[in-house]
Design a protein around this ligand. Structure first.
Ligand code: TRP
Length: 336
């Protein structure tokens, strides 16, 4: 029997996921969690959300909605350890310990911090650190603690997070060097489909470009959104190129190979853009219907969501407790 590998990933609790997240991250993560050799950890990175906003209601409601969304999309809490980061105090204790080992220079090179600095420089701010919090600066350490706390082997993330996993590796190696081999240096797994799905305007589907297709909107909103997809100005009856078409790429992400071939024939035969969009809209409605009806049920059931997360945190604590005890001893924090 192959050794179980620990696969861990965090979800930043800001904003409800869109179609890009669903097909690029949520469904692949749920599929991976069903593989026998994986033991999956999935958590709501709710303390990470404080980096981005100070709106407590937003922090609270986003965590809730995102938990409901993952459950509605098929996450099985019996197969995955699903928990809130904030329920595992050991993570924050570990973050302090790791912070004491991490050189400031490493964090100076973090993309998010560098972007904030260059933003200030462009604006001509006198202080290049203007408005930058220690939360943003320390973000990679908290993320390293999230990962190392459970000795994860594999961390599936988007390309933008790759640097953070490399930092977590560096930090693990440094800890092991000073205190003994306690941590597994994790490896990033960069999703193949992540980032490929185009949005309404053809750029990557992303909240920051405001070009997303929401998952749980009602029919009329979804229809309006799909009608906004950018196309070229070819007339109905003229054959169309599917290789450079946003409508086609989005359909491709939700349809079977056979369905995609049939849509291709329609392109060759010169389907009009209006009809192509209508077809995509109807197909999306059908694809999203089961997720939507589950979401509508789950979102009403606060007690269920809470109990799933409380159970998840119990399982997570069973794993983190012996690890943090070893860590404390290793660094010399122990009874006399
Ligand atoms: N920072 C990640 C993101 O924005 C979320 C995250 C927090 C995470 N902690 C993590 C991802 C640990 C993987 C592992 O997407």
């Amino acid at each position: 029997m192959k050794k179980q590998q620990r696969v861990l990933t965090g979800i930043t609790t800001s904003g409800i996921p869109h179609l890009g997240n669903l097909v690029g991250a949520i469904l692949p993560a749920i599929k991976a969690s069903n593989q026998e050799n994986n033991s999956s950890f999935l958590f709501l990175a709710d303390y990470h959300s404080l980096i981005k906003n100070t709106d407590s209601d937003l922090t609270h409601s986003s965590s809730y909605e995102i938990a409901a969304c993952w459950l509605a999309c098929g996450l099985d809490p019996k197969k995955v350890i699903f928990y809130r980061q904030s329920d595992i105090p050991h993570i924050f204790e570990l973050a302090w310990i790791l912070g004491c080992l991490t050189s400031k220079g490493l964090l100076n090179r973090a993309h998010a911090y560098k972007a904030a600095i260059s933003d200030n420089q462009e604006k001509g701010a006198k202080d290049i650190d203007k408005g930058i919090t220690m939360g943003l600066f320390n973000y990679p350490i908290l993320m390293a603690a999230d990962i190392l706390m459970f000795n994860a082997d594999i961390v599936p993330v988007g390309q933008d997070q790759k640097q953070h996993i490399e930092m977590a590796r560096d930090i693990a190696v440094k800890f092991n060097h000073h205190y003994g081999e306690l941590f597994t240096p994790p490896e990033a797994q960069i999703g193949e489909t992540t980032g490929i799905l185009p949005g309404l305007d053809g750029r990557k589907m992303s909240k920051s470009y405001n070009n997303t297709i929401p998952i749980f909107s009602d029919e009329s909103v979804l229809k309006k959104t799909i009608m906004k997809i950018k196309t070229n100005s070819l007339e109905p009856g003229e054959p169309k190129d599917s290789s450079d078409c946003n409508i086609f790429s989005i359909y491709n992400a939700i349809a079977s190979e056979k369905q995609v071939r049939e849509f291709q024939t329609q392109y060759d035969e010169g389907i009009g853009w209006g009809d192509a969009k209508l077809f995509l809209f109807e197909s999306l409605e059908e694809f999203l219907a089961p997720f939507k009806s589950e979401y509508a049920k789950i979102i009403e059931d606060r007690a269920y969501i809470e109990s799933v997360l409380v159970d998840g945190s119990k399982k997570a604590l069973e794993i983190s407790t012996p690890i943090i005890e070893d860590v404390r001893k290793a660094v010399g924090i122990k009874g006399f």
